[in-house]
Design a protein around this ligand. Structure first.
Ligand SMILES: [Zn+2]
Length: 166
């Protein structure tokens, strides 16, 4: 046995291709037809959302509420489950500033600009998926664990919420 140095490949840091997954911007489910034709980007399950692509580690499961936010921090889409969680309809939320609805839970430690930075970077298609803790803008005592990552097309930040489990 030779004394080899212990070189370990850390998962997530190798040059492996990042798997991407498709999901509906409204119901969050994967398309039934794996082969998405550019002409039919509407979800074949709910018929309401457009199909989006995101890195596997950022994409929502069908049980995860999520929002899409563009590079100007305007909300572009609110999933069906996020409508229920945030008590807002997609129509009411679209084009509003994300911080009208959600702000960092610990504003002293990480001001609103930290959320803004993550969203702006993700909306450019840059960067990794980041975890953040948010709360509704008008309520204290509620926490949402969330992750922010890139998605598209068109390019947007994907903000996937978990409910307030401590
Ligand atoms: Zn759908």
């Amino acid at each position: 046995m030779s004394a080899r140095p212990n070189l370990i490949v850390l998962p997530g840091h190798a040059d492996r291709p990042r798997p991407e997954v498709h999901f509906c911007g409204h119901c969050g489910r994967a398309p039934e037809i794996a082969d998405i034709m550019p002409a039919s980007r509407v979800c074949d399950r709910c018929g309401l959302g457009l199909l989006l692509t995101a890195p596997a580690e950022a994409a929502p499961s069908p049980a995860d509420p999520f929002l899409l936010i563009d590079g100007t921090l305007s909300i572009c889409a609110v999933s069906r489950l996020a409508e229920g969680l945030l008590h807002v309809t997609e129509t009411e939320a679209v084009n509003r500033h994300v911080t009208d609805l959600l702000v960092p839970a610990d504003a002293e430690a990480s001001g609103p600009e930290s959320l803004v930075n993550l969203v702006v970077h993700a909306a450019r298609g840059e960067g990794e998926t980041h975890d953040v803790v948010l709360r509704p803008a008008d309520q204290f005592g509620i926490r949402f664990w969330a992750r922010v990552g890139p998605c598209g097309p068109p390019r947007a930040a994907l903000l996937v919420l978990a409910d307030g489990r401590a």
